[in-house]
Write a protein that binds this ligand. Structure first.
Ligand code: GAL
Length: 799
């Protein structure tokens, strides 16, 4: 087949009649006004079914997070012990008579899992994979005008256990209704690449695959818009084949980078005569990158380390129901730490995560699977592998390949086939699927066997990058063991910590569980783990141990810390009641653990001086004081005004330490460069708990029933000193134009529900998540606890 290939130089077209101000294609949210029933009823797909008693709700929705933690739930502790089961959703809707000649499509961004969909009693299909986006054509079965339509969705998450982490249950991502003309651009039909980029010009290539019905009667116009929506180049060509290639040159291109994530838009218009009959806009970015076996990674020609974290998809107390602000908050916290990359462990992410990474400047390793044919949990995706893996992988690549943030594909995490020869055949098959749809990005797999001779996925020869999980002890020898290969640390550390908990002495490293077995025999009776970055899973390392190695060698392109945030499920090393993970740099509620500041001191240039632990101990107790700092050559600490010594990091040190006899009062630290003070900080002994303090991360939010304000709750003494071990039960009341969406405290063992109007604090902190309603106005949040002065705070919801 010969491809029509039109090469257009600076062709800026404003052909009258072609440029339509309004979009022809209508994409509207289909989230509002659903009904939900938790349980099974095989007749609920019928048009006439009586759902009047069902609960009314808006999507996205995760029913598991509303349930009770219970070790007996079949999800097991691995999924946080929350309930799963079967749920039904129904929605009645009208389609205007004016749409009779249109095609009406429905897009589900993700349903966990085994969804089945009916429209007006007609079965549309099943999609087992809970992380994949899918579309149905509703047109043939719809009624128009005043006649009601009903869509029914059955979600079956009862096949437990089916995951090693919390998945959530339900239509947990967004749903869209798309109205297009009969002749329209198919889903994910264009692939946008930048084959040539230099500071003077960039070439943007748009390759569009069309069905035979879109023939030479039609033309395709592609326009590039800059971030001010100004057209900077466009091209229009007649459609003479099923594959259309359009090239547009952009002069003085603004490159996309993690520091300056400049975005362009590509607008495609399908034209018949002088009429636009469909249009579709995709965000893109102009950038190039390279992995080098000796020099590591570079973006736009500049060397840079990939400083990444792995993320699971839950949003703590909100469960897995997608909320853009919740994801944005996570990314903001990570950005402030200096993180520049996300690995979507171990599944296709929500589209909103990728949009935010494009916008905020994060690289993304987009991962497909946690297992292939061989299972990790009894009923996981291995059961769907044979029938679905080709389609699921294709759809993931097609959906995500236009995001500038996506820089690598991972075809699997710690896949069991790496240990036998099927790793070769399946590895090759999957890489081929990816490359057929995207040959611009490297493909890797997160390997847990670091022996190149024994690892069959590596032996397949199909991987562009050798992705290693853990085994940091062999990284220095990588070039010897994998000659000519390119390295990426796909998953590292698995260090463990409970925010605000400190066990001493701090200068010996523990591997938990020690003997590789749970229950942990020498753990803490209260299921805590010290947050002096001195405890890790036995297969991993502390944060400092691996970062020192990655930092040292240029050929180590970078890595992904397991994990950026704690997540629900997988509470290694403890048994119940531990129900969420200990691996995060930030806890489940979004409160940074101390090691956050180690990364910030290393990964950013902003001045850091962070002192730990808190200063409420028993008089005479020996306390290890640590400081993370940068931009300075020494730190001096003072206890109640008396110097306890000057410390300097030497060699590859990442912190300094003092061992002191505790006395209550003020512990102060001063960092200095060339004798000049850079920063000072202090921790102060708190007295008796006296009052509640509320602090909102944003005191103005949008009145769109989605936006969130995260309120940090703490307890202060009479002198406004935070009480580090406060654990009071705080009761919330929210009035006005907002609701209390969830509560948390970052504890890994708290079995009180996240959806509640009260919660205990944990190690001095609590969280209340407020969501706006659709009306502008004041939201008043009050907090009360026995024996404490109450607190009140007002948030404005704006239109
Ligand atoms: C890895 C695995 C992750 C997580 C982690 C915990 O082996 O890839 O999904 O389970 O261990 O340490």
């Amino acid at each position: 087949m010969r491809l029509p290939y039109l090469y257009t130089l600076y062709l800026v077209l404003f052909a009258a009649g072609f440029a339509s101000a309004q979009n022809v294609r209508k994409t509207t949210s289909f989230n509002a006004g659903w009904k939900f029933f938790l349980g099974n009823d095989s007749t609920a797909n019928a048009i006439k079914y009586d759902d009047s008693r069902w609960r009314k709700l808006d999507l996205p929705h995760d029913w598991s997070i509303e349930g009770k933690f219970d070790s007996k739930n079949p999800t097991t502790q691995a999924e946080g012990g929350l309930p799963a089961g079967i749920g039904w959703y129904r929605k009645n809707f009208l389609i205007p008579a004016s749409s009779k000649a249109k095609t009406i499509l429905i897009d589900f961004d993700g349903v966990f899992h085994n969804s089945e969909v009916w429209i007006n009693g007609h079965y549309l299909g099943k999609r087992p994979n809970g992380y994949i986006s899918f579309r149905y054509d509703l047109t043939p079965y719809l009624q128009f005008g005043t006649q009601q339509n009903v869509i029914a969705v059955r979600v079956d998450n009862s096949d437990q256990p089916n995951s090693r982490w919390y998945t959530g249950s339900g239509i947990y991502r967004n749903v869209w209704l798309i109205t297009v003309n009969k002749i329209h651009l198919p889903q994910w039909s264009s692939f946008i690449t930048t084959p040539q980029v230099n500071p003077q010009k960039a070439e943007i290539n748009i390759r569009t695959v069309l069905p035979g019905s879109i023939n030479s009667k039609y033309k395709l116009k592609a326009s590039i818009l800059d971030d001010q929506a100004k057209v900077v180049g466009s091209v229009i060509i007649p459609i003479t084949d099923t594959v259309i290639q359009q090239n547009i040159r952009v002069s003085n291109p603004q490159l996309w980078s993690v520091k300056r994530p400049y975005l362009y838009k590509v607008k495609l218009q399908l034209i018949a005569g002088d009429k636009v009959i469909d249009d579709y806009t995709t965000t893109t970015g102009i950038r190039y990158f390279n992995f080098d076996a000796d020099k590591g990674f570079s973006l736009n020609g500049e060397p840079m380390k990939i400083l990444g974290v792995c993320l699971h998809h839950d949003q703590g107390a909100l469960g897995t129901a997608v909320n853009t602000r919740a994801i944005e908050r996570q990314l903001q916290l990570l950005k402030e730490m200096g993180c520049n990359a996300i690995r979507t462990s171990h599944n296709p992410p929500a589209p909103e995560l990728l949009d935010l990474c494009d916008k905020m400047g994060f690289l993304v390793m987009d991962e497909s699977f946690d297992m292939w044919k061989k299972k990790k949990s009894k009923h996981d995706y291995h059961e769907d592998w044979d029938e679905w893996h080709v389609k699921d992988l294709q759809d993931q690549v097609l959906r995500d390949r236009n995001h500038p943030s996506v820089f690598a594909w991972s075809i699997g995490n710690e896949i069991r086939e790496q240990f036998d020869s099927t790793g070769v055949s399946i590895g090759r098959e999957l890489v081929k699927i990816v490359k057929q749809l995207d040959n611009t990005r490297p493909v890797t797999s997160a390997l847990s066997d670091a022996d190149p001779k024994k690892n069959f996925i590596y032996q397949s020869g199909a991987l562009d990058l050798v992705g290693l999980n853990y085994h940091q002890e062999v990284y220095a020898d990588f070039q010897k063991n994998y000659p000519g290969q390119k390295f990426i640390g796909t998953e590292n550390m698995s260090a463990l910590a409970t925010r605000g908990h400190y066990d001493m002495p701090s200068d010996s490293i523990r591997r938990w569980p020690k003997d590789g077995k749970t229950p942990l025999k020498d753990g803490n009776a209260d299921f805590t783990v010290s947050s002096y970055d001195n405890v890790s899973a036995y297969w991993g390392s502390t944060h400092e141990e691996t970062w020192k190695i990655i930092k040292k060698h240029d050929f180590l392109s970078g890595f992904f810390v397991w994990t950026g945030f704690d997540y629900i499920g997988e509470p290694t090393p403890y048994l119940w009641p531990a129900r969420s993970s200990y691996f995060g740099i930030v806890d489940l509620a979004g409160f940074p653990k101390d090691v956050y500041y180690m990364y910030q001191s290393e990964w950013t240039t902003k001045p850091v001086l962070h002192l730990l632990p808190h200063w409420n101990w028993k008089p005479g107790q020996t306390i290890d004081v640590w400081a993370y700092y940068n931009n300075a050559d020494e730190v001096e600490a003072f206890l109640n005004g008396k110097s306890i010594g000057v410390r300097k990091k030497t060699g590859d040190d990442l912190h300094v330490m003092w061992r002191v006899k505790y006395e209550p009062g003020v512990l102060k630290a001063v960092s200095r460069r060339n004798g000049e003070v850079v920063m000072t900080t202090q921790v102060v002994t708190a007295g008796e708990p006296y009052k509640i303090q509320l602090k909102a991360d944003r005191d103005k939010i949008n009145a769109d029933s989605k936006d969130l304000s995260y309120i940090t709750v703490s307890v202060l003494d009479k002198n406004n000193v935070p009480v580090p071990d406060a654990n009071q039960l705080v009761k919330f009341k929210v009035t006005g134009q907002g609701i209390l969406k969830g509560v948390d405290n970052g504890s890994q063992t708290d079995l009180d529900p996240f959806v509640s109007d009260q919660h205990h604090l944990f190690n001095g902190l609590g969280l209340a998540i407020i969501q706006s309603k659709s009306v502008a106005g004041k939201i008043t949040v009050s907090a009360n606890a026995d024996g404490l002065q109450p607190a009140r705070l007002v948030i404005q919801a704006k239109r």
